[in-house]
Design a protein around this ligand. Structure first.
Ligand code: HEC
Length: 124
C-alpha cells in the first residue's frame, strides 16, 4: 500500500512542473486533458460521468453569474473525485479554457488573477 501511494503521489508530482512551465493556454488545455476530460469529455461535450462544459445549456446555466463563480466551483469542487488538486492559477486557466470553448474568450483579455474574474459576468 505504501509503495502504491508513493508511486501515485510521484506521478502527480511529475505532471505539475510540466503544466507549470508550459504557456498558460497550453497548460490549461493539458490539465483539462489529463484531469477533467475523463468525466467532461475530450471536447468539453460531457460524458457518462460529467455534464458538458460548453454549449447553450451550459452557458444558460451560468448566465448572469461571474467568471469568479465558475472559478470557485472548479477550485473547490473539481475534479469531483479528488477536489483540491487544482491550484488557483490552474483554475484561472481552466476558466479561460472554458470561456474559449464557449466563444466567450474576448471578455477575459485582461485577467491577471482570480480577483479580476469577479468583475467579469458570463454573457449570452
Ligand atoms: C470524476 C468526474 C469528474 C472530474 C474528473 C471532473 N468533474 Fe467537473 N463535474 C463532475 C460532475 C458529476 C459535475 C456535476 C456536479 C453537480 O451537478 O452537482 C461536474 C460539474 C462541473 C462544472 C459545473 C457544470 C455546470 O454546468 O454547472 C464545471 C465547471 C466542472 N465540473 C469543471 C471541471 C473541471 C475544470 C475539471 C478538471 C479540473 C473537472 N470538472 C473534473 C464530474 C467531474
Amino acid at each position: 500500500m505504501k509503495t502504491f501511494v508513493w508511486v501515485f503521489a510521484s506521478t502527480i508530482g511529475l505532471s505539475s512542473p510540466i503544466v507549470a512551465t508550459a504557456a498558460p493556454g497550453a497548460a490549461a488545455a493539458a490539465l483539462y486533458g489529463s484531469v477533467c476530460s475523463a468525466c467532461h469529455g475530450s471536447i468539453f461535450a460531457g460524458g457518462s460521468r460529467g455534464p458538458a462544459l460548453k454549449g447553450p445549456s451550459f452557458v444558460a446555466h451560468w448566465k448572469g453569474k461571474s467568471a469568479y463563480d465558475l472559478y470557485s466551483l472548479i477550485l473547490l469542487t473539481m475534479p469531483s473525485d479528488n477536489p483540491g488538486i487544482v491550484n488557483e492559477k490552474e483554475a484561472v486557466g481552466l476558466v479561460e479554457e472554458i470561456f474559449k470553448q464557449n466563444g466567450l474568450k474576448g471578455s477575459l483579455k485582461h485577467v491577471k488573477s482570480a480577483e479580476d474574474l469577479k468583475s467579469i459576468p458570463i454573457p449570452k
